[in-house]
Write a protein that binds this ligand. Structure first.
Ligand code: ADP
Ligand code: MG
Length: 243
């Protein structure tokens, strides 16, 4: 589903991604972790071309992201993205947030978009809030709306960038529950997160990134968690700090 080959990126002379390669098959859940500033957000955003890169290749379901001829809006419409800070439109109601891209990008009718949006809202358990504005919802509820909005576009893959990091602790669980549900239904997911409980429960693989944007480890989550002694010193150091 996602094929990344030798991707490198620089900001001026600062290298933010160094020769990153990985493959994610359909239905896989890959957790990306690593210290702050190691390039996790940058890496995940290269996949839907929110971050350009100077070297390497990325294919999403066969579509070459690196090819200037690729229709990027079309690609992005198939790759769902959920950010740390929700990024809902504050001046639109929940229902409008769920439908606007379906109408403007996918060309769905207002009726069809509404039906699809409300179905996804139901799935994250927020039907009762359909007419509210984002500011009237808790952080956890806003993040669940953001997930429902991404799902309304019928994505072939979902990217999450620290979706629970900005939440109060008591709201983390409700968002993770939605993500676990998605994973169990076979959604292909790449999640930047330090929620190692989530990683243990649903990740098929764990990628560990280190400063300089290097993929230091890319292994099955069984191997990652059950064989800590085989990890790189930098990974062990990081895990000791967060676990
Ligand atoms: P992470 O998500 O792992 O915390 P990021 O991908 O956000 O890391 O950032 C990786 C590195 O790139 C950081 O050192 C950050 O300061 C740097 N960086 C991010 N955006 C820019 C930018 N627009 N210009 C220069 N440096 C940047
Ligand atoms: Mg980040």
């Amino acid at each position: 589903m996602i094929e990344m080959k030798n991707v490198s990126k620089w900001y001026g002379s600062f290298q933010v991604l160094t020769d990153c390669s990985t493959n994610i098959s359909k239905g896989e859940v890959v957790v990306v972790c690593g210290p702050s500033g190691s390039g996790k957000s940058t890496l995940i955003k290269t996949i839907n071309a929110l971050e350009p890169f100077q070297q390497g290749q990325i294919f999403v379901d066969g579509t070459p992201v690196h090819d200037p001829k690729t229709n990027l809006p079309k690609l992005r419409s198939r790759v769902g993205m959920v950010f740390q800070h929700f990024e809902l439109f504050p001046h639109l109601s929940v229902t409008e947030n769920l439908t606007i891209a379906q109408i403007k990008v996918l060309g769905r009718s207002a009726d069809e978009a509404r039906q699809r949006g409300l179905k996804m809202l139901d799935r994250v358990g927020l039907t009762a809030h359909k007419d509210k504005f984002p500011g009237q919802l808790s952080g956890g509820q806003q993040q669940r709306v953001a997930i429902a909005r991404a799902l309304s576009m019928d994505p072939i893959v979902m990217l999450f960038d620290e979706p629970t990091s900005a939440l109060d602790p008591e709201m983390v669980g409700e968002v993770l529950d939605v993500m676990v549900g998605l994973a169990n239904e076979g959604m292909t997911m790449m999640c930047v997160t330090h929620e190692m409980g989530f990683a243990r429960k649903v990740a098929s693989r764990v990628i560990f990134m280190d400063v300089g944007g290097k993929i230091l480890e890319d292994c099955s989550s069984d191997e990652f968690f059950k064989n800590p002694e085989a990890r790189q010193p930098r990974t062990k150091d990081f895990l000791n700090k967060i676990l």
